[in-house]
Design a protein around this ligand. Structure first.
Ligand code: GDP
Length: 317
């Protein structure tokens, strides 16, 4: 959610439809509620609702209770290049309404379009928005509501990173995935590993070493290169086939003695690792460990499918 022209549609198009940021200049502003299912093409099994800025909570035809009841995360986009007082008032109204209906919603605030701000200005804006939003909640006696803040822009990878964090909070298996990644990298001499949703370039998990933005950007670029090349040269002559399948893998050697290694994990997920050249000499070991890792990941999600299926079965009964 967020005011008109704050950047909601642009974020959706850039993250989920590979639109280049410059093209968003020509997007029409959101003026109706749009719902989109991302579940068919992506690991992230969710729907996005793009709300116009001027939602009227008192409009009886708009059943916001029904929507908020099934919501895991509410992303509120604030245009940092604009006067944000009105946005803050809207944020407060939205958060308090949503919280009343569903106190389990994660409130994620994107302080957006920060590409136009200097580094100092970015920090100052974040501090100011953080302070005002929390003061408003405290004045209403709702200080228990937790808001998370992210500085974002569609012109760099910050929007993907922020979306990754939002999605990770909704994945119940996250600690298990992190644990498996930790075991995998420490036994294979790997520096860093990300589990990516290939379509959106959201990383759904990484090992517990800190995330360095440059490493993350390189991994995103690698996915783009692999999928683009595969789309151009990997499909059959009649245009059928998929650009990403069980055989998908790629190795890119950089000039600073590191190697990027990508491998398919499931239909939607890829593992991208950062490996030192000398460790990559033991590729056999890495591949063997990867084989075990892949099997474990598939088991984790099979368990989830079974739980979902048995819940559905019970609700039918
Ligand atoms: P919506 O009404 O909230 O869906 O807003 P739009 O997605 O239509 O975006 C409004 C304008 O903001 C467009 O011209 C976008 O190009 C621009 N915009 C979106 N994101 C960014 C960003 O990260 N940085 C900058 N500088 N402009 C952005």
């Amino acid at each position: 959610m967020g005011l008109r022209r704050s950047g909601k549609s642009s974020i959706q198009k850039v993250v989920f439809h590979k639109m280049s940021p410059n093209e968003t200049l020509f997007l029409e502003s959101t003026n109706k509620i749009c719902r989109e299912d991302v579940s068919n093409s992506s690991f992230v099994n969710f729907q996005i609702w793009d709300f116009p800025g001027q939602i009227d909570f008192f409009d009886p035809t708009f059943d916001y209770e029904m929507i908020f009841r099934g919501t895991g995360a509410l992303i509120f986009v604030i245009d940092s290049q604009d006067d944000y007082m009105e946005a803050l008032a809207r944020l407060h109204l939205t958060v308090t309404r949503a919280y009343k209906v569903n106190p389990d919603i994660n409130f994620e605030i994107f302080i957006h379009k920060v590409d136009g701000l200097s580094d100092d200005h970015k920090i100052e804006t974040q501090r100011d928005i953080h302070q005002r939003a929390n003061d408003d909640l405290a004045d209403a006696g709702l200080e228990k509501i937790h808001l998370s803040f992210y500085l974002t822009s569609i012109y760099d990878h910050s929007i993907f990173e922020a979306f990754s964090k939002v999605v990770q909070k909704l994945i119940p298996q996250l600690p298990t995935l992190e644990n498996l990644l930790n075991i995998f990298i420490s036994n294979s001499g790997i520096e860093k590993a990300f589990l990516f949703d290939v379509v959106s370039k959201i990383y759904i998990a990484t090992d517990s070493t800190p995330v360095d933005m440059q490493t993350y950007e390189l991994c995103c670029d690698m996915i783009d290169v692999v999928i683009d090349i595969s789309c151009i040269y990997g499909l059959k002559d009649d245009g059928t086939g998929t650009p990403y399948d069980k055989e998908s893998m790629a190795i890119i050697k950089l000039n600073n003695t590191t190697v990027l290694y990508l491998k398919e994990v499931t239909k939607f997920l890829a593992l991208v690792c950062f490996v030192r050249e000398e460790s990559f000499e033991r590729k056999g070991l890495i591949d063997y460990n990867f084989h075990c890792f892949r099997k474990a990941i598939q088991e984790v999600f099979e368990v989830r499918m079974k739980v979902v299926r048995s819940r559905k079965h019970q609700s039918h009964l």
